[in-house]
Design a protein around this ligand. Structure first.
Ligand SMILES: NC(=O)c1ccc[n+]([C@@H]2O[C@H](COP(=O)([O-])OP(=O)(O)OC[C@H]3O[C@@H](n4cnc5c(N)ncnc54)[C@H](OP(=O)(O)O)[C@@H]3O)[C@@H](O)[C@H]2O)c1
Length: 248
């Protein structure tokens, strides 16, 4: 366990693309066993196959994080298969940006359901096991938008602020159980996230602005690895990072 990653059982939501996929690859290469959740099951199955072929241990479980029972099944499968859960990475999310006046109510609901409730369901699924183990690590993905609001991202920023608030409350409440909590707040990273923007003009301008500065998804994976790899008596509470070129 030289790197404090090898041998750990890591559950990742949103593992079918972007940050989750890159993290699965990185942690698997470091010796972790990864349990992958997402709705696009063929993607996580082929990722699990790829990691297994390279000598890693990986399992794919079809999971929609808007259903608490599916997130519970994801985590319970990890525990039934491997005996415990060491890290829960609540990463699934979407970012359908639009000015409030466009009244994109379906997008508001989806962001609240996935970005906030999905994280809460991940906490609910992992916590009973981690309390019993008196060990574990919950990593929640916020954003620079969890620190800053600007015109056009109010609802997304609200969901990411919520993730930080929930995570800080969780951090304090979990002291009796020896469970670590980390918030990771990325700036612009090149993933499929902008595809979730439903307003075509907003999507195009975001692609131009964010595409010009975004760093590779592997950047995020290294942050996750840094937090996990610290000695167990060190809890990295938050990592906020941006591309060097990102101003906001
Ligand atoms: N990329 C950035 O610049 C950036 C910056 C700050 C924060 N973030 C955050 O990083 C996280 C990952 O996003 P990404 O950038 O990697 O984008 P991405 O490539 O679009 O990946 C999003 C992931 O979330 C999953 N997902 C979406 N809805 C889901 C649902 N209902 N149930 C289960 N999984 C669901 C997707 O899987 P399926 O569609 O297969 O279900 C996919 O694996 C998000 O929380 C995002 O807000 C990203």
């Amino acid at each position: 366990m030289a790197n404090n990653i090898a041998g750990k059982i890591v559950v990742i939501t949103g593992a079918s693309s972007g940050l989750g996929e890159a993290t699965a690859r990185h942690l698997s290469a470091e010796g972790a066993t990864v349990v992958l959740g997402a709705r696009r099951v063929e993607r996580i199955q082929s990722l699990a196959k790829e990691l297994t072929a390279k000598g890693g241990k990986a399992l794919a479980v079809a999971t929609d994080v808007t259903h608490a029972d599916q997130v519970k099944r994801l985590v319970d499968t990890a525990v039934q298969t491997h005996g415990r859960i060491d890290v829960m990475l609540n990463n699934a999310g979407l970012m359908p940006l639009a000015p409030l006046e466009r009244l994109t109510i379906d997008d508001w609901n989806r962001m609240i359901d996935v970005n906030i409730k999905g994280v809460l369901y991940g906490i609910a699924a992992a916590l009973p096991h981690m309390k019993r183990q008196k060990a574990g690590h919950i990593i929640n993905v916020s954003s620079v938008a969890g620190h800053k609001v600007r015109p056009g991202n109010a609802v997304y920023a609200a969901t990411k602020h919520a993730v930080r608030v929930i995570s800080e409350g969780l951090r304090m409440e979990l002291k009796p159980y020896n469970i670590r909590t980390t918030i990771i707040s990325p700036g612009a990273v090149a993933t499929e996230l902008l595809d979730s923007i439903t307003e075509p003009d907003v999507r195009e301008s975001a692609r131009t602005m964010i595409g010009a500065i975004a760093v590779p998804a592997e950047t995020f994976a290294r942050m996750v690895a840094f937090a996990i790899s610290q000695p167990e008596d060190v809890d990295v509470n938050e990592i906020l990072f941006r591309p060097t070129r990102q101003e906001l």
